[in-house]
Design a protein around this ligand. Structure first.
Ligand code: PEP
Ligand code: MN
Length: 353
């Protein structure tokens, strides 16, 4: 795919390219005040939702066409580029008519090939940059499919936004980052600029700074952050928005590490990692051989494979040991649950022979 740079004149291509603005365009004053605050922090691209996809009916669904006028106003008064979310052909037409400089396709829309195709068809012959958010579900091919639909319509200034993935049990994050997915996307389409949306991943303003830093450390290209002149009073997503001033602080404290990965130190360290991984694999294989021996013994003595007390003991002990060595509890649990389940599989094989 011959993806082109976003090419917005006056916007530096150096990382991170920053897009910021409120979740929703609520009033003209709120848009202008937020935008003016952001300009002071050096932000050049404004975001604001004009049509808001809501989980349940009855909430604030955006001001639609009226709000497009406020985006025009932002452009006139601040000189910023403006961007908004489009989900239907009608949205695209209205946004383009209002001179919106950059469109994005929201996560719920990306998950729907019919909707993406409708948007793509409307974009035929139009030269406007489009950012495609990942679908709500962790399906890389569906994400790439949406990129291809837009690309095939002749839009070549394309970027993507990583906004995390829904999961039933919410823990720290509103949407799980699953960083391996945008990383794999980068491997498949290296020229595609990737923005991180720490606001929708974290769902909490205190997670924005660490998520921005992680995105930069993973070599992502840009950030799209929700910033509002009065975040606590925001009509949508109040808990995840920051003031323009706080965003300025976050951006100024980011450490941008350079991409050069071929230094000698790194390749030396990588060699060590390769060797350690080999040792881990060999050790695992050895553990499995012993498991199979146990399986043989259980078979000969008519014993059940799964012995819950032994299982609990293994997991608890390994988690505690790992923790004492500075590793996360969840990580240790996942590793040993996976090892145990492979062990059980191997014993079953022996017993059913
Ligand atoms: C948004 O950007 O305000 C939004 C609705 O995001 P998402 O599509 O990622 O949920
Ligand atoms: Mn939002």
């Amino acid at each position: 795919m011959d993806i082109e740079k976003l090419n917005l004149s006056g916007v530096d291509n150096r990382r991170p390219i920053v897009i910021a603005g409120p979740c929703s365009a609520e009033t003209e004053e709120q848009c202008i005040e937020s935008a003016k605050g952001l300009v002071k922090q050096g932000v050049k691209i404004f975001r604001a939702g004009v049509w808001k996809p809501r989980t349940k009916p009855g909430g604030f669904e955006g001001n639609g066409e009226t709000a497009l006028e406020w985006l025009k106003q932002v452009k006139q008064e601040t000189g910023m580029y403006v961007s908004t979310e489009v989900a239907t052909a009608k949205h695209v037409e209205l946004a383009l008519k209002a001179g919106v400089d950059l469109l994005w396709i929201g996560a719920r829309t990306t998950a729907d090939p019919f909707a993406v195709q409708e948007i793509a068809d409307t974009l035929k012959g139009v030269d406007v940059p489009v950012l495609i958010k990942n679908p709500v579900n962790p399906d890389l091919d569906l994400w790439i499919g949406a990129i291809e639909r837009v690309f095939n319509a002749g839009v070549h200034r394309i970027g993507v936004i990583h906004r995390g993935f829904s999961s039933y049990d919410k823990k720290l994050y509103r949407n799980l980052p699953q960083w391996h997915i945008p990383i794999e996307l980068h491997r498949r389409i290296p020229e595609l600029p990737i923005f991180c949306d720490p606001s929708h991943i974290g769902g909490r303003r205190d997670l924005i700074a660490p998520l921005c830093q992680q995105a930069m450390d993973l070599q992502l290209d840009g950030l799209i952050v929700e910033a509002h002149c009065n975040p606590e009073k925001a009509w949508t997503d109040a808990s995840q928005q920051v003031t323009p001033e706080v965003l300025g602080l976050i951006l100024n404290t980011l450490v941008i590490r350079e991409m050069n990965q071929s230094t000698e130190t790194i390749s030396e360290l990588r060699k060590q990692i390769d060797e350690i991984d080999m040792t881990i694999t060999e050790t695992l294989a050895k553990r499995m051989r012993i498991s199979r021996e146990i399986g043989q013994y259980k078979k000969e003595h008519d014993m059940a494979i799964l012995q819950t007390s032994r299982y609990d003991e293994i997991i608890n002990r390994r988690v505690a040991e790992g923790k004492a060595m500075g590793m996360g509890e969840d990580f240790m649990k996942e590793v040993f649950e996976a090892i145990h389940s492979e062990s059980v599989r191997q014993q079953m094989e022996v017993m059913n022979k």
